[in-house]
Write a protein that binds this ligand. Structure first.
Ligand SMILES: *Cc1c(COP(=O)(O)O)cnc(C)c1O
Length: 365
């Protein structure tokens, strides 16, 4: 076989280790996963009913345009229905952006380290990748603006950034947008938008009228707890959405996912509850990190990147053997660190217990 040479430069995505894998490998019956930023509180109870109500329609193709969800979400966000596009997870919207705007002879700008899908898709589509290092864990928007040239088509801003959890502020973002040429698309990946409580976090939907070269990505996978169903969306000018529709697969989101997303969107009290519990859980973890004198990045998301100053992969294995799956910082570009998803109070307590020995260096093989 002769694949396109450049796809071999894209690493195969390594997901968080599956729970069943760890149970088997270590002979454990109880394993908790704090690795993939999933919602420890599940999803709104209304979702189940909505899905059940659609089980009789499985023989029929879904509505490719997601009309009902589109109308609901447009009303919720106060945008026009034509300003929305849905994807099989926001991952797929990332892919559509790359297909539509990137190719040989173009370049695209990302921070590093950041969410790996921007990079992977750029390589697949043959674009040159310009990676600008984070400054103290935060996007260096000035350096990213400086890096823009004639060939630049897309700039990616992950806010809050995965894996650091840090945000760029409204002031920083506005100064950046003023510098970006109108023909360069700025992608604001806000997968953790609903978790953010910081007042200086930008409200970007109202900025769309001033900046038609903006697209905002959000998802039902994180705070809404629907990761298994794969549904996310983009919000942009009707023009940008039209470009993306040219590369969208006809039936890219399922009817069950659309129905679930509508029910989840209606239950904003669940979202608010999870946002509050997440901040409590974050405090539970970081209070202890403070007591231990550990450094971590200030996170507005549902995960925290903490410096344990020990070999990431070794600590990762130690935690695995105790039935706790996290994300080794080494694979994320932060050797010495672990990225830990904020769990429920009990899960947080469990990982703090396990870390206690590791931090003290007292853990025995
Ligand atoms: C989780 C995540 C996504 C993708 O989520 P989907 O499940 O594909 O909607 C996108 N961006 C970032 C930064 C993420 O962490």
């Amino acid at each position: 076989m002769q694949p396109k040479q450049r796809i071999l430069n894209v690493p195969v995505y390594q997901p968080g280790k599956p729970i069943d894998d760890v149970k088997r490998e270590f002979g454990l019956t109880e394993v908790i996963k704090l690795a993939s930023n999933e919602n420890p509180f599940g999803f709104s109870p209304d979702v189940k009913e909505a899905i059940m109500g659609h089980l009789d329609t499985l023989a029929v193709y879904p509505d490719g345009a997601s009309l009902q969800l589109r109308w609901d979400l447009a009303e919720f966000l106060k945008v026009q229905p034509e300003q929305l596009i849905f994807g099989n997870g926001s991952d797929e919207v990332v892919q559509m952006i790359s297909r539509a705007y990137l190719g040989e002879g173009t370049n695209t700008i990302t921070a590093t380290p950041t969410f790996p899908q921007y990079r992977s898709n750029a390589i697949i589509d043959g674009a040159e990748l310009i990676e600008v290092p984070l400054k103290n864990g935060v996007h260096d928007l000035e350096a990213m603006a400086d890096a823009i040239n004639e060939q630049t088509r897309v700039v990616w801003v992950c806010n809050p950034n995965n894996p650091s959890g840090t945000i760029v502020t409204a002031t920083e973002l506005e100064a950046f947008l003023k510098r970006v040429p109108q023909n360069v698309l700025v992608v604001l990946d806000e997968a953790y938008y609903e978790y953010v409580v910081a007042e200086e976090y930008p409200q970007t939907v109202p900025m769309l009228s001033q900046y038609p070269n903006l697209i905002i990505l959000r998802t039902f996978s994180k705070i809404y707890g629907l990761a298994a169903l794969r549904i996310g969306y983009g919000i942009a000018s009707a023009e940008v959405i039209d470009h993306l529709n040219h590369v969208r697969e006809p039936f890219n989101t399922s009817s069950l996912a659309q129905a679930a997303a509508r029910a989840a969107l209606k239950d904003q009290s669940f979202v608010e509850k999870c946002r509050n519990l997440n901040r409590q859980g974050m405090k539970q973890l970081t209070d202890q990190f403070d007591a231990w004198g550990l450094d971590y990045y200030p996170s507005q998301a549902n995960f925290v990147l903490v410096n344990l100053k020990q070999d990431s992969d070794e600590v990762f294995r130690k935690l695995l053997s105790q039935g706790i799956i996290v994300r080794s910082g080494r694979a994320l570009g932060f050797p010495g660190y672990q990225r830990i998803t904020v769990g429920n109070a009990e899960q947080n307590e469990k990982i703090l217990q396990a870390l206690r020995d590791i931090v003290a260096g007292a853990w025995k093989e």
